[in-house]
Design a protein around this ligand. Sequence first.
Ligand code: HPA
Length: 233
Amino acid sequence: MKLGVIGGTSLFGTKLLEGAKEKEVETKYGSAYLLVTDELVFIPRHGKATNIPPHRINYRANLASFKLLDVEKIIGASSVGSLKRAITPRSLVVPHDYICLYNIPTVYDDEIVHVTPGLDDGLRTTIIEVSKDLGLDLIEHGVYFQTAGPRLETKAEISVMRNYADVVGMNMASEATLAKELGLRYADISTVDNYAHGIIEEEALDYKKIVEDAAKSRVDLEKVLIKLIEVIE
Ligand code: HPA
């Protein structure tokens, strides 16, 4: 069975997607744009033209398209800011839980169903094992705090979040929740691209460094995803 991956546009043009064919899938929530290879069904979160901002991503269509294609195991690859000094930019984190207090998406518009959210432990373990085999130093636990975006957070917001979570991003909780509702397995690997606003007071955020760190984590991320395709059946 093919592996599903939802990721940023940074994975465009990588070996992972060599020879991929474009596909549009119509779902009851709208259409999803996918890139399909022999082993992989990839959804670029920000769409074909890479211009869909986080608050306008059609998460329901994306997840429902996996369901329609019988893709049951999904890895989310997410970009995050660090809420802890010890979690440095360029780290990889495999979150074990998440916080998402608002804008929670659902496929249950016409019936009353309350799923219990959570990330898939089996897939999390596989991500961790594969990364260790590759000699990558990844952080095996973490709480992901989801914001609606597209703006970044205020320092005051981050000072609240840092007490309860380890990383902050704009997508993963929505995807994990919908996957659960649709009976799909989902786990995430987050690449830390920056310290969140105000975490490092004494150092101004250096954008050039953020871009360099992000490019390096993409290389590690791609290695992990290529290996996951080999081991996940
Ligand atoms: N905040 C929210 N989302 C993010 C960040 C951040 O600092 N970095 C990458 N995605």
